[in-house]
Design a protein around this ligand. Structure first.
Ligand code: SF4
Length: 97
């Protein structure tokens, strides 16, 4: 009899835990959706306006150039004008770079 009560209590606890976990997942997803669209400040990724170990924004997968001859463009994760010659800690070499 006592074992049955323990099993019911354990089952209720597990069910409640699953409900809480589901609620937390919704909160996390909702909470992350807004920052995911906001860009980071240059300082957050130690942006500099010159290359680092030969790597530069013009080679990075997150860089978009303003024009074919432009030295300035934008980044999909760092805010503000981004130099083609710049670099930051989030650098990821483009397959085209
Ligand atoms: S992620 Fe960093 S290195 Fe890449 S384009 Fe943006 S600022 Fe430049």
């Amino acid at each position: 009899m006592r074992g049955r009560q323990c099993n019911q209590a354990r089952r209720a606890l597990l069910q409640r835990s699953a409900e809480v976990a589901g609620l937390l997942a919704v909160i996390v997803v909702t909470g992350n959706s807004e920052p995911a669209t906001a860009k980071a400040a240059k300082s957050e990724f130690m942006y500099q306006d010159h290359p680092h170990d030969g790597n530069r924004c013009g080679q990075c997968k997150f860089f978009s150039v303003a024009g074919p001859d432009s030295e300035v463009g934008s980044c999909s994760i760092v805010a503000g004008a981004i130099s083609r010659q710049g670099w930051c800690a989030a650098f990821v070499r483009s397959v085209h770079g």
